[in-house]
Design a protein around this ligand. Structure first.
Ligand code: SF4
Length: 392
């Protein structure tokens, strides 16, 4: 199985209920940002710029739960900022799990070992560790030595304690896909249960635009990624991967992955902010959805991001005959905790990343959309480091 059966069952029941009720716009994955503070200080962070004035604010656990109840999504991606510095992260996850929801806790992995005892392993909870390459590359991306090794130690500790762990990798223009294959092999040997990938996308606030890809470049990159990484338990959906490879078109369904943070429901999507809404209903009703997407808004022109298009595989209007069978076959053909058959072990140690394959040091860690803290790197200036360490 590619995912735990409980997750598949929850999603299937949820979707069936929505279909029976004839609902059109509903969420699949709630992107919950309880805070925007982060322990890392990378260059070019979209979140730190956009939310500079509220960087010290945090949602209470009760506010997070009220927002979850408001939208009703079956899956919650807890992101930020770095959610592992949220003081009540243990209580937050346990309250969400009591509601029978599924959680991906998106983290840079640096505090897994320190706070592991605040969590209970269950098939509805994943640590989702963001890694953009092997040691040198990743540490350059996050502008701090030792982050990769601490994340790897966190993964080892979590696996030893019986937790599900997946990884999340942002693919940039100069990402060395051979190195990503090496990274996945390292993670496979640690028993990691799945691998997410997403193309980087430029936040309006990020100045280092040269690291991001055009649609054509995304297509070329993901064609190669599919060839190289097919033997791993990639948990990015096959329909979204077809879109990334340029084999089909999808319409943006940004309401499928709505973002909630200290300012409210962020519209229209994880990347762009034209408004914040007090309730999920207001977010759905007051967002002019017909104005967003490729060909409608110039800011959407090259967008192929996960939060806008992965839900389209399930929610989108341009489904193809055989999509349901394709998704079912994909779920059944996966293997958690190890690579699919045929994966080769090449004996690379995790310290072997060369770090120069991408040619970027500081800038590459900005602009992904999958809700992990290192996707929202925070520069030193203005970052609430004292606040972070006070919390810890
Ligand atoms: S196309 Fe991309 S940028 Fe535009 S609304 Fe959808 S997710 Fe947001």
């Amino acid at each position: 199985m590619r995912f735990p059966l409980s997750l598949t069952a929850n999603l299937t029941g949820y979707l069936a209920g929505k279909k029976i009720r004839g609902e059109e716009k509903f969420p699949l994955v709630m992107m919950l940002e309880p805070l925007h503070a982060c322990n890392l200080t990378c260059t070019g962070c979209g979140r730190i710029r956009e939310y500079k004035s509220t960087i010290n604010e945090m949602l209470t656990v009760e506010q997070c739960l009220a927002a979850l109840d408001d939208c009703g999504a079956p899956v919650v991606s807890i992101c930020g900022g770095e959610p592992m510095i949220y003081p009540e992260i243990g209580r937050l996850t346990s309250e969400i799990l009591k509601r029978k929801k599924n959680i991906y806790l998106c983290t840079n992995g640096m505090f897994i070992r320190k706070r592991l005892n605040e969590f209970e392993p269950t098939s509805r909870f994943f640590f989702n560790v963001h890694l953009d390459g092997l040691e040198k590359t990743h540490d350059l991306c996050v502008e701090k030595d030792g982050v990769f090794r601490e994340a790897i130690d966190g993964i080892k500790a979590a696996k030893a304690a019986g937790f599900l762990v997946c990884s999340n990798t942002t693919i940039y223009k100069e990402t060395d896909l051979e190195e990503i294959a090496e990274l996945f092999e390292v993670l496979r040997e640690l028993g990691v249960d799945g691998y997410m990938m997403s193309p980087a996308y430029s936040y309006a606030a990020v100045q280092t635009k040269d690291i991001f890809m055009s649609r054509e470049e995304v297509r070329e990159k993901f064609q190669r990624a599919s060839q190289l990484l097919e033997d791993f338990n990639v948990i990015t959906s096959p329909i979204y991967m077809e879109y990334l490879r340029g084999e089909r078109e999808l319409m943006c369904t940004a309401w499928g992955n709505p973002t909630y943070n200290p300012r409210g429901w962020k519209g229209p999507c994880y990347l762009m902010t034209d408004a914040h809404h007090a309730t999920f209903k207001e977010f759905i009703d007051n967002t002019p959805w017909e104005k967003y997407g490729r060909g409608r808004d110039p800011r959407c022109q090259d967008c192929m991001v996960q939060s806008g298009y992965e839900p389209s595989a399930v929610l989108g209007g341009n489904k193809k005959l055989g999509d349901t069978w394709k998704m079912l076959k994909w779920q059944l053909s996966g293997r958690m905790g190890g690579a699919k058959k045929g994966a080769k072990t090449n004996g690379h140690a995790y310290g072997k990343g060369n770090g120069h394959s991408n040619g970027h040091s500081n800038s590459r860690s900005s602009g992904n959309d999958n809700g992990h803290s290192t996707s929202a790197p925070i520069p030193t200036s203005g970052a609430p480091k004292e606040e972070v360490f006070r919390i810890l």
